[in-house]
Design a protein around this ligand. Sequence first.
Ligand SMILES: O=C(O)CCC(=O)C(=O)O
Ligand SMILES: [Fe+2]
Length: 195
Amino acid sequence: MAHGSELEIIEDFYDAAECERIYRRLLHEQDWPDNRYTVAGRQFTLPRLQTWHADPGIRYSYSNNLLQTRSWTPLLSEIRTQIESALNFSFNSVLVNLYRDGNDYVGWHSDNEPELGEQPFIASLTFGAERHFEFRHKQSSENGRVLLRSGTLLVMQPNFQHHWLHSVPIDQNVMEGRINLTFRKVIPASNCFSN
Ligand SMILES: O=C(O)CCC(=O)C(=O)O
Ligand SMILES: [Fe+2]
């Protein structure tokens, strides 16, 4: 595929029994906020539910405009440790998305906020319903999609954010929920603006 090594898909990172256990725990343990937000005086409804967890001192404009920063739950910490040792990389934050059914989605975007630095490396884990993850090149007409099954680890190399947009579109055949975790490394503000 054209995206080559920019996107790596590791199926069965968690087996079916672990996926079931993790999905249930996340669904019930996360204190899901309302998805109606007011930003700059304008109200909008996010087409999914989200929570944002980060190490102390980590600020992220996307989340701070929208979401309060929460501490790591024991389950999220456990998963972080497993992802970090598999990928040999340390993350300091995770965005948790709940797609309640196939009507919930995320529109076209790339995860390239300045706080993620020049080389944003993102690890994404899926639990629950399978959904398509679509991508399209920012300059050319190239595009593609992969089916993300429960337990799949998707690794987005920095160039993926540079060259491609991605989305998880509406799929009206999907009746079940899906929880996606994207582990990120936000550069602390003090380093971001030095020199
Ligand atoms: O749910 C997914 O697979 C992708 C989520 C995503 O793109 C994001 O949180 O930035
Ligand atoms: Fe994303």
